[in-house]
Design a protein around this ligand. Structure first.
Ligand SMILES: Cc1cc2nc3c(=O)[nH]c(=O)nc-3n(C[C@H](O)[C@H](O)[C@H](O)COP(=O)(O)OP(=O)(O)OC[C@H]3O[C@@H](n4cnc5c(N)ncnc54)[C@H](O)[C@@H]3O)c2cc1C
Ligand SMILES: C=Cc1c2[nH]c(c1C)Cc1[nH]c(c(CCC(=O)O)c1C)Cc1[nH]c(c(C)c1CCC(=O)O)Cc1[nH]c(c(C)c1C=C)C2
Length: 472
């Protein structure tokens, strides 16, 4: 089968990898930019022995999706940099709220004390769930904020869930679907009348999914076993995360997969013998297309022939994120950890700060990444501030929150337009409807990538695998 993949981000390269494994060649991957990797980008500063990541830097080795990524990492023979659960970066996550830096609880003990910014012990939120009647949600979905507020109270919604949503998709918890992160808990509440009740009932009935089912029933990847034994909380890659897409490209090219950079797809239509792509100005026929493009990039390609598919794809919103990498000389952090998040109720222009130099060795420098914008991008950056204004905003907040008086020695600013899809209320139905449309019209088109089945690295790699496995 002659297949084309659109997009050489992590999902497109993964689709290429799984297509090659399942069907062999001929196979071409078309990428608009002169590089692979999409949002994964690492700048290695050899002069200072540190790395600036403008996208992801760590991966979680959790569950089937985590095991699947580790299988790929193992096949590519990449050197991993594990962060065990005992590491300070795995234990310490902070919030900047009510004018102070607050360490988040990271174990059952933390349930019983009163830890700022919370005003009550957290176990009280669990009791609230136990004694609160469930509210049937007829539409089958609601925002994660309203679910958490109903079950656990406003304080948990404002100071635990809202910043967490910022730290995953830079989104507003009041718009993000409960099914994005808490599908299981939501369903337990709807079925058994409460989250705790449902959890206990499921445990008692032993109805939780058998871990021996699924992709790795025949044996899990060695690296995943190692991650479990050594209790990794997360890991990075030697040389920065961009080594992953770069090595995938090399792996594919060495096996005669055609990876065409600077070759944007400009139109996509379907006929009785397959699909017709316009690549730059050339017409290219293929039998099947795997799109690993962001939904808003695929939409205009199918608009002419399938306007309603285009409209549904455009219903998946995206947000812009400003990423500012900062290098300071020496170790300036008073409290080590993964980083800090700022709850949106604080109404500050920053979403969070990652302490890169606590996660990985950065040559004795303090390396910080400030993330800003997201759902609130227009509010803070709508008037298109200059690079200097952006840098000043990031630096002044870092200096105030972390009490750093020095100026950064080196910095980088990236404005990432439409970089993270928002799984707003109704997302699951929207994706089902898009895939049903494709099925109904028997289009030789598969969809993978961050727009549909999860926004993290593990999700987009697994999404590519599942789509390839579902191909006839
Ligand atoms: C700031 C930030 C931090 C993140 N942190 C983490 C993290 O810590 N952990 C984690 O697991 N995940 C993280 N993520 C998410 C992770 O980066 C994404 O899940 C992943 O990179 C998405 O990959 P993708 O292939 O689906 O999409 P993309 O990376 O968007 O790739 C799509 C590709 O398609 C190309 N393209 C677009 N239009 C066309 C066209 N018409 N023709 C051909 N090619 C086209 C693009 O140039 C791009 O290369 C983060 C993301 C961001 C933005
Ligand atoms: C402040 C902005 C962001 C930070 N990271 C991201 C954004 C938008 C993006 C992101 N972070 C994670 C993922 C992957 C999710 C997954 O499915 O694995 C993505 C796309 C991982 C993550 N980072 C934080 C949390 C709570 C998570 C979820 C998984 C986990 O618990 O490890 C916390 C966090 N993110 C950022 C900061 C500053 C921060 C906490 C201190 C930045």
């Amino acid at each position: 089968m002659k297949t084309a993949v659109l997009g050489a981000g992590l999902s497109g390269l993964s689709a290429g990898y799984y297509l090659l494994r399942r069907f062999g060649k001929p196979l071409t991957i078309y990428e608009a930019l002169p590089r692979v990797g999409g949002w994964v980008r690492s700048e290695n500063r050899k002069d200072g022995n540190f790395i600036f990541e403008s996208g992801p830097r760590t991966i979680r080795p959790v569950g089937e999706a985590g095991a699947n990524t580790l299988e790929l990492v193992e096949e590519l023979k990449l050197a991993v940099k594990p962060i065990p659960r005992s590491h300070v970066a795995a234990r310490n996550r902070m919030l900047y709220a009510k004018g102070q830096l607050c360490l988040l609880p990271n174990g059952p003990k933390g349930l019983f004390g009163v830890l700022p910014p919370f005003t009550k012990p957290l176990y009280k939120a669990l009791l609230r769930d136990l004694f609160t009647k469930s509210t049937p949600v007829k539409t089958g979905d609601e925002s994660i904020y309203s679910f958490v507020e109903r079950r656990f109270g406003k304080e948990i919604a404002d100071y635990a869930i809202s910043p967490m949503i910022c730290g995953i998709c830079a989104g507003n918890a009041q718009e993000i679907s409960v099914r994005f992160l808490m599908e299981g808990l939501f369903e337990k509440e709807q079925k058994y009348g409460g989250v705790l009740k449902g959890t206990l009932y499921a445990l008692f009935q032993n109805k939780e999914k058998d871990s021996k089912e699924g992709l790795f029933a025949q044996g899990q990847p060695k690296l995943y076993t190692q991650a479990l034994q050594e209790k990794w909380a997360m890991y990075g890659l030697q040389g920065g995360l961009e080594i992953l897409p770069r090595t995938m490209r090399k792996y594919l090219v060495e096996r005669d997969v055609n990876v065409q950079l600077s070759n944007e797809c400009r139109n996509l239509s379907f006929n009785s013998s397959g699909a017709q792509m316009t690549i730059k100005d050339a017409e290219v026929p293929v039998e099947h297309v795997v799109s690993a493009l962001p939904a808003h990039k695929l939409a205009p390609l199918v608009k002419q022939q399938h306007p309603s598919l285009c409209a549904e794809l455009l219903e998946i919103p995206y947000v812009d994120v400003v990423v500012v990498n900062l290098q300071f000389q020496g170790n300036l952090l008073k409290q080590d950890g993964f980083g800090l998040l700022v709850p949106p109720v604080e109404k500050l222009p920053i979403l969070g700060v990652i302490f890169d130099s606590c996660c990985f060795d950065m040559g004795g420098n303090t390396i910080l990444t400030v993330m800003m914008g997201g759902h609130w991008f227009e509010q803070w950056f709508g008037n298109r501030p200059s690079q200097k204004q952006i840098l000043d905003l990031a630096t002044s907040h870092v200096q105030k929150i972390l009490q750093i008086s020095e100026e950064p020695k080196f910095s980088r600013i990236h404005t990432l337009h439409k970089c993270i899809p928002q799984y707003t209320v109704g997302h699951k139905r929207r994706v089902e409807s898009i895939r049903n449309y494709i099925k109904f019209f028997k289009l030789p088109l598969s969809l993978c990538g961050a727009a549909y089945d999860g926004v993290g690295i593990n999700d987009v790699i697994l999404s590519a695998r599942r789509q390839v496995e579902a191909m006839q």
